[in-house]
Design a protein around this ligand. Structure first.
Ligand code: GUN
Length: 293
């Protein structure tokens, strides 16, 4: 069994990005610039955004954090998006989700110019992805693909089972791994909350991707020997013995499943660190105008 080290891989890729940034600045150009919009005080969102800004600094990107109170109106937020769309000093930006309930997330996502949508959430980028055209991939699928490439995990001819059908993880990773690409060419099944006999499906999986959002949902009796397990879950579970009072758990019961797996990602330290790297890779592409010349 190989435990995939997402933390180490992310460090390696950040080093590569930092070298690319040096090349850009040595040519006398400005470094890539990412802006993040954070609305309100959601604790998890604050941690994620802080992490994104910190990662920008590590690789030599410029970053701008725009923070506003949760009471901001939708019109005001759309005004900020419009300014960022027009600002030629900013290569790409993200609006951290979830947004306060009075704001329509779809309206905000649609207002972001696809050229600057480094989250890959805009339907133009999703559509381009679905057709195998150059696009910004959403962070989690992009991180999984990069991880598979670097660990030489091929999906070709394999049974791939994805649990979860969200627009930002389950559906895109299922599409990508079924496409004629590397790592693709898999035979992909998407399972979800209405799937009957889930275990019958997961037992067939050569590659199992868990993106359900329920701690320790996938247990040893649901997988076969030699399975590759990619755990996308980040769930908080009570842990009174810890300082924070909680710890992070994936969607997979790691202790039970790992002995049967050929490769498995831990939580934390698996897919998570790779998602921030994906955002950096997209911002680098935006700076070079690689996707939209
Ligand atoms: N909330 C949770 N994950 C993400 C992400 O990747 N991007 C944005 N904008 N919000 C999120």
């Amino acid at each position: 069994m190989t435990e995939i080290n997402g933390t180490l891989l992310a460090q390696e890729i950040k080093k590569e990005i930092a070298e690319e940034v040096l090349k850009i600045t040595n040519e006398g150009k400005r470094p890539p610039h990412l802006a993040a919009v954070l609305i309100g005080e959601d604790p998890a969102s604050q941690v994620y955004v802080r992490n994104k800004v910190k990662s920008c600094e590590e690789v030599g990107f410029q970053s701008t954090l725009i923070r506003r109170d949760a009471a901001i109106s939708e019109e005001e937020l759309l005004g900020i998006v419009d300014d960022l769309n027009r600002n030629s000093e900013i290569d790409g930006f993200i609006v951290q989700l979830p947004l306060p309930r009075h704001i329509n997330e779809d309206r905000v996502t649609l207002a972001i110019k696809p050229e600057k949508d480094v989250d890959g959430f805009h339907p133009v980028n999703f559509g381009r992805m679905a057709q195998g055209l150059p696009c910004y991939l959403p962070a989690t699928p992009c991180g999984i693909i990069e991880m598979m490439k670097r660990y030489n995990i091929s999906a070709e001819g394999k049974e791939v089972v994805v649990i979860g059908r969200s627009n930002i993880v389950g559906t895109p990773i299922a599409l990508l791994l079924s496409q004629k690409s590397n790592p693709g060419n898999g035979t992909v099944t998407i399972c979800h909350s209405r799937t009957q006999n889930l275990r019958e499906h997961t037992l067939k999986a050569d590659i199992l991707i868990a993106a359900i959002g329920r701690a320790n949902f996938v247990t040893a009796d649901m997988v076969k020997e030699g399975v590759v397990v990619i755990d996308v879950g980040i769930n908080r579970v009570d842990a009174p013995e810890t300082k924070r009072g909680y710890k992070l758990a994936g969607d997979v019961d790691f202790a039970g499943v790992a002995p049967k797996a050929s490769f498995i990602t831990p939580v934390p330290g698996g897919v998570g660190p790779m998602t921030v790297v994906s955002l950096l890779l997209n911002t680098l592409k935006a700076n070079r105008k690689e996707i939209y010349p």
